[in-house]
Design a protein around this ligand. Structure first.
Ligand code: ADP
Ligand code: ADP
Length: 224
């Protein structure tokens, strides 16, 4: 069974003037455990809406999003936005370990934060504050923060969109290293076909008005 099945999902938004916008129509998609899926398509085709529905950030839709194991509330879905939303008054380690400090096993939590930071080359920046980091470093922090609770899935909405090309390349390799280490299921939205082909096992191509899945391409494999 897939990790996640999206079945016949339709999504309409009501605008302030009372009109409706059909953002998604007839979305069917299975996500297998451990795969990396890219979602591409023109602006307004519903990519963010789809991700938010999977994340449970929006439950006002028809159709079904079915999980093999029900996600633990607040823990099983890691979400990364285009702009890393870090807390400025907490250190890098404090941001990644957010919520972990209440745990009984504090040492285990600290060790987990250290491992996550090492995974993206930020081990030396644990005590730094977000404003002391480059944009790429902040996004790497946001990505490992999303992994802190060992979620079933990592969802990322244009995670590299705000970064320059060199920083983006570095982040791509971080994502592949994270995948190699954790075999995490990853779904991300991008505008870049190149990025989709480089990172993903499958590429979901959407079209707009209403947002539909136009094609799903399997990328000839570059990973085991
Ligand atoms: P994408 O991420 O592919 O750019 P979105 O999911 O953001 O697309 O939006 C899909 C469609 O839904 C667009 O037509 C957009 O204008 C509309 N939409 C998104 N959010 C809202 C909202 N809160 N209210 C009304 N319409 C919305
Ligand atoms: P980006 O992810 O934006 O490309 P990098 O981590 O590649 O940033 O930054 C390049 C190098 O610059 C890093 O290896 C790091 O050593 C150094 N660096 C970046 N920001 C800082 C900072 N605030 N303090 C100290 N060194 C920094």
């Amino acid at each position: 069974r897939p990790l996640l099945s999206i079945r016949g999902v339709d999504k309409r938004y009501r605008t302030a003037k009372g009109a409706t916008v059909q953002a998604l129509e007839g979305i069917d998609l299975d996500i297998a455990e451990g795969e990396i899926v890219a979602v591409i398509g023109p602006s307004g085709c519903g990519k963010s809406t789809l991700l938010r529905m999977v994340a449970g950030l929006d439950d006002d839709y028809t159709g079904a999003v079915e999980w093999r194991r029900p996600p633990r509330p607040g823990k099983d879905i890691g979400f990364v936005f285009q702009e890393p939303a870090l807390l400025p008054w907490r250190s890098v380690a404090g941001n990644v370990g957010l919520g972990l400090e209440g745990r009984k096993d504090l040492e285990g939590a600290e060790q987990r934060v250290a491992e996550l930071l090492d995974l993206v080359g930020l081990g030396d920046f644990a005590k730094s504050y977000p404003k002391e980091l480059s944009g790429g470093m902040r996004q790497r922090t946001a990505i490992v923060r999303a992994l802190a609770y060992d979620p079933q899935i990592l969802l990322m909405d244009e995670p590299f969109g705000a970064l320059d090309a060199i920083t983006r390349d570095r982040l791509h390799d971080d994502i592949l290293r994270i995948w190699e280490r954790t075999r995490k299921t990853i779904v991300f939205v991008t505008h870049s076909v190149e990025e989709a082909a480089y990172l993903a096992d499958r590429v979901v191509v959407m079209s707009a008005r209403p947002g539909r899945i136009r094609a799903v391409h399997r990328v000839p494999l570059h990973r085991d």
